[in-house]
Design a protein around this ligand. Structure first.
Ligand code: CO
Length: 678
C-alpha cells in the first residue's frame, strides 16, 4: 500500500465532539438526481424534495446533485413540471450547500449534440438559476465537446468538473483501449482545460476495487486537481471500490441517502460515514441527522414511488453487469425494448451481438446516450438482419455517429458500416473530423420563431430547442392552451393508501365484492362469443342495447401484390417487424375484442394501397413525406422514435402517399398502419 495508505485510526472518546479528521473524505449527495433517476426513472417531484431540503443542507455535503441528466427530460415530459422552476425552488431551501448538475457537454441535457448557441444559453440560464458545479461529460470522452460549455461555465465563474467516462472492453482495467494510460492522458487533457475537479464516472459500476486503487493513486500522483469518484452500485462492487478509493486518496465520493441507494443507484452514505469514523478520513457527518432525513423519506416520500421500483427480481445486484460489462440502465432498456417487440427470448442473441456492434461503432464507452445507441442498434440487428444483410435498419443516431456528429470514437468506426450508414445521409456522405459543434447550425433563433405567439421566454425556448416535440406539448400545458392528461398528475399518499387497501383485500381473498346492482335480464339480441386468450377460454355474451349488434372485423392489411417477397424473408421468424412485408399472422386475426373501435372509418383499408407498418412501438416524430408526395421504394417516409432513438422507416413500395394516419407526437403500437402508399 505504501505512501498512499493514508487512512489512520485516531482515538475518539467523545463521538459527538470528535476531532476533525486530517483529510476528511468529502461527500456529494445524489439522492435528488441520480438516486431517483436510477431507481424511479427520474420521477421524483419537486414537492417531494422540499420536506428534506433544509435538513440535507445541514449535513455538510460537498455538493448536492439536483438536476441534469434525465431529470430535465422527464420533468417536462412525464411530470408536467418546469425544470427551471425546480432549481429556483430548491435554491430557497439549500442556503449553504452548492448545487451540482450533470451536463452532457454539447449534448446538454438531451440525446444529441446541439448547436453552440443552445449549449451556451443553457449554461448561462442554469448558472443564473443557482447551479454551482457543472459536472460535464461526453459519452465518447471527446473533450472538444466540452469547449463551448466550459467557456460559458468559466465566464459565469462556476465550478467546471470534467468527467472521464470509465469504460472497459474486458473484465478488468487494461487492454488496448481503456488502460491506465488512457485515463491519465484524459486527466492531463482536463487539466489543460482548467478543470476545477476531475470525476471518474463509472455509470455501470464496472470499476473493481483494486482497479480503483491503482487508478486513483496514479491520478493523485499525476495531477493536483481534486479527484471525485462516481461509481454505481449495479454490480455490487461499489462499496468496496469506494473504500479502496478512500485508501488511495480520493477527494470526493458520490453517495445517496440509504433509502435511495443500492440496486442501479449508488452506495448509501451512512455505512461509509460509519466505516470512516475515527480515521484520518472521517467525513465528520452526524449520523443522527442522516437518520432523521431517512425517516422523512421513508414515511412521506418513498411510499409514492415504490411502485416504480423494479421488483421483477429479488436480488439487488445485477450479475449481468459483471458478466457482460453492460450498464444496468442500458440492460433494462434492452429488456423493455425486446418485451415491446415480443422478443424477450432473444436477449442472449443481443448479448452475443452487442460487443461486435460496439466494436463496429468505434469501441465507444457505454454511457448515455452511447449505451442507447449501441443497444438499440443491436436490437435492430437481432430483429431485422438476415443472412444476406447486416445493419438493415440503421437508426438516425448511428448515422450521426458515423458522420462524426458525436465526436471522435475511441478507435475508428468500421468503414463498411460507415459507408452504408452515410448512404443518402442528409448532411453528406463524407464524415467530418472537426469538433461537431462547428458543423451544427445555431438553433435558438429558429426555436424562437416557432414559439412565436406562445412564449418569448428564453428558458422556454431552450427547453423547446432541446425537446421540440415533448417540449412543445409541455409549453401548451404551461400556457393553458391544452389541458394536461391526468396521467401527468402526482401520486398522492391518499392514492397510495387506496392501492394498499385493494392489495390487502386481494391478499385476504376479499377483493371481489358482490355487485350491489342486479344484472339485467338477457335481451333477445344477445350473442355469445368464444374468446380464446392463449390457453384460456372465455365465453362472452354481448347484448347490444337498442338493436342488432354490428360486428366489425378489423381488416388485416393485405401484403403488396406486385413486389415479390423473397422466400427466405417470408421464412424469417420476424416477418412482422419488417416494414415492407406482410404483418405477422397474429395481427391478421380478426380483432374481436377490440371491435368495433378497432376499425374506425377514417382509417384506410388495405384495398387502397400498400401500408407502411410500424415495425416497433414508438412515437411519431415526423412524416418526411406528405399526402400526395410520390415516393420510391426505400425512401424514408416516417421518422419513428423508439427507445429514444430515431428510426426512419422506408417506403415498402413506390407510389404516391394516399394517406397518413398519425401526426407528430402520436404514440403508435407495433403493426399500426402509419401510411398508405398507392
Ligand atoms: Co450516475
Amino acid at each position: 500500500m505504501g505512501d498512499h495508505f493514508k487512512v489512520k485510526m485516531q482515538s475518539i472518546n467523545d463521538y459527538e465532539n470528535r476531532p476533525k479528521a486530517d483529510n476528511p473524505v468529502k461527500i456529494q449527495d445524489l439522492t435528488l438526481r441520480d438516486g431517483h433517476e436510477s431507481l424511479f426513472a427520474s420521477r421524483g417531484r419537486t414537492e417531494d424534495m422540499i420536506p428534506i431540503a433544509e435538513m440535507m443542507d445541514e449535513v455538510g455535503f460537498w455538493g448536492v446533485e439536483v438536476w441534469g441528466g434525465a431529470t430535465f427530460d422527464t420533468m417536462h415530459r412525464l411530470l408536467n413540471e418546469d425544470p427551471w422552476q425546480r432549481l429556483r425552488t430548491l435554491k430557497r431551501y439549500f442556503k449553504k450547500t452548492p448545487f451540482s448538475m450533470l451536463l452532457r457537454g454539447q449534448n446538454v441535457v438531451g440525446y444529441r449534440n446541439y448547436g453552440d448557441d443552445v449549449a451556451q444559453a443553457f449554461v448561462e440560464k442554469a448558472a443564473e438559476n443557482g447551479m454551482d458545479i457543472f459536472r460535464t461529460f461526453d459519452a465518447l470522452n471527446d473533450f472538444r465537446n466540452f469547449e463551448t460549455v466550459v467557456a460559458a461555465i468559466k465566464d459565469c465563474g462556476k465550478h467546471f468538473q470534467g468527467c472521464i467516462c470509465y469504460s472497459l472492453t474486458e473484465p478488468r482495467m487494461g487492454g488496448d483501449v481503456y488502460n491506465l494510460d488512457y485515463y491519465l492522458d484524459k486527466a492531463k487533457d482536463l487539466e489543460k482545460m482548467q478543470a476545477d475537479s476531475i470525476c471518474i464516472k463509472d455509470t455501470a459500476g464496472l470499476m473493481a476495487p483494486y482497479d480503483a486503487f491503482e487508478l486513483i493513486k496514479a491520478l493523485k500522483e499525476n495531477t493536483d486537481i481534486p479527484i471525485h469518484l462516481h461509481s454505481h452500485f449495479t454490480s455490487g462492487m461499489a462499496p468496496m471500490t469506494h473504500l479502496k478509493a478512500v485508501e488511495a486518496g480520493v477527494d470526493v465520493i458520490d453517495t445517496c441517502m440509504s433509502s435511495y441507494a443500492y440496486r442501479t443507484s449508488h452506495p448509501a452514505v451512512e455505512p461509509l460515514v460509519m466505516s470512516l469514523i475515527g480515521t484520518s478520513r472521517d467525513t465528520g457527518f452526524d449520523m443522527k441527522k442522516l437518520a432523521e432525513i431517512n425517516v422523512v423519506l421513508e414515511k412521506e416520500v418513498l411510499p409514492k414511488y415504490k411502485h416504480l421500483l423494479d421488483d421483477s427480481k429479488v436480488s439487488i445486484i445485477d450479475i449481468n453487469a459483471l458478466l457482460h460489462q453492460i450498464p444496468g440502465g442500458m440492460l433494462s432498456n434492452l429488456v423493455n425494448q425486446l418485451r415491446e417487440m415480443d422478443a424477450l427470448d432473444r436477449m442472449d442473441e443481443v448479448f452475443a451481438k452487442l460487443p461486435r456492434v460496439r466494436r463496429d461503432l468505434g469501441q465507444i464507452p457505454l454511457v448515455t446516450p452511447t449505451s442507447q445507441i449501441v443497444g438499440t442498434q443491436t436490437v435492430n440487428n437481432v430483429l431485422f438482419d438476415d443472412d444476406d444483410e447486416d445493419y438493415k435498419m440503421i437508426t438516425a443516431q448511428v448515422k450521426d455517429l458515423c458522420y462524426g456528429l458525436y465526436g471522435k470514437t475511441a478507435v475508428p468506426i468500421s468503414s463498411k458500416l460507415q459507408k452504408k450508414a452515410l448512404k443518402g445521409y442528409e448532411r453528406g456522405t463524407k464524415p467530418i473530423t472537426c469538433r461537431p459543434g462547428e458543423v451544427l447550425e445555431p438553433e435558438l433563433e429558429k426555436a424562437k420563431k416557432e414559439l412565436k405567439g406562445l412564449t418569448s421566454d428564453l428558458e422556454d425556448i431552450i427547453l423547446y430547442a432541446l425537446y421540440p416535440v415533448t417540449g412543445k406539448k409541455f409549453l401548451m400545458y404551461k400556457y393553458g392552451k391544452e389541458t394536461p392528461p391526468d396521467s401527468l398528475k402526482a401520486r398522492t399518499l391518499e392514492d397510495v393508501k387506496k392501492t394498499d387497501e385493494i392489495l390487502a383485500k386481494a391478499k385476504a381473498g376479499t377483493l371481489v365484492e358482490k355487485s350491489s346492482k342486479d344484472a339485467p335480464a338477457k335481451g333477445k339480441h344477445t350473442r355469445t362469443f368464444n374468446v380464446f386468450i392463449e390457453d384460456e377460454y372465455f365465453e362472452v355474451s354481448v347484448d347490444e342495447l337498442g338493436g342488432q349488434p354490428i360486428i366489425t372485423y378489423a381488416q388485416p392489411p393485405v401484403a403488396p401484390a406486385a413486389p415479390a417477397i423473397p422466400p427466405q424473408a417470408l421464412a424469417a421468424q420476424r416477418v412482422a417487424a419488417l416494414p415492407a412485408l406482410r404483418p405477422a399472422p397474429s395481427a391478421a386475426k380478426p380483432s374481436l375484442l377490440k371491435s368495433p373501435e378497432a376499425a374506425p372509418s377514417s382509417k384506410p383499408t388495405a384495398a387502397e394501397g400498400i401500408p407502411l407498418i410500424a415495425p416497433m412501438p414508438g412515437m411519431i416524430l415526423s412524416y418526411i413525406k406528405e399526402v400526395g408526395d410520390s415516393v420510391e421504394k426505400g425512401d424514408s417516409v416516417v421518422v419513428l422514435e423508439a427507445m429514444k432513438m430515431e428510426n426512419s422507416l422506408p417506403a415498402p413500395a413506390s407510389g404516391t402517399i394516399k394517406s397518413t394516419n398519425y401526426k407528430s407526437g402520436d404514440s403508435v403500437s407495433k403493426n399500426d398502419v402509419l401510411c398508405i402508399i398507392g
